[in-house]
Design a protein. Structure first.
Length: 72
């Protein structure tokens, strides 16, 4: 299984912007995600076309399973 954390922020212009991180642990807690998002907003290192991240909007973890078949 592969897990991806998608964090949605509101930018300085009021638009929503999502930052995704693949390969996260499946057992991340709400507190860990909140802390990470708070740090991202505080450090102000990401800039989008609609401005920098101003505040948190939401987050979700997506699980993906890939099944490969040998067809050769």
């Amino acid at each position: 299984m592969e897990y991806t954390l998608a964090m949605t922020f509101l930018t300085t212009s009021g638009e929503k912007s999502t930052l995704s991180v693949a390969g996260v642990k499946p057992d991340l807690t709400k507190d860990q995600i909140n802390g990470l998002m708070d740090t991202i907003v505080a450090k102000n290192v990401f800039e989008t076309n609609s401005g920098t991240f101003a505040k948190k909007s939401g987050a979700q973890i997506t699980q993906r399973q890939v099944t490969k078949f040998d067809v050769a």
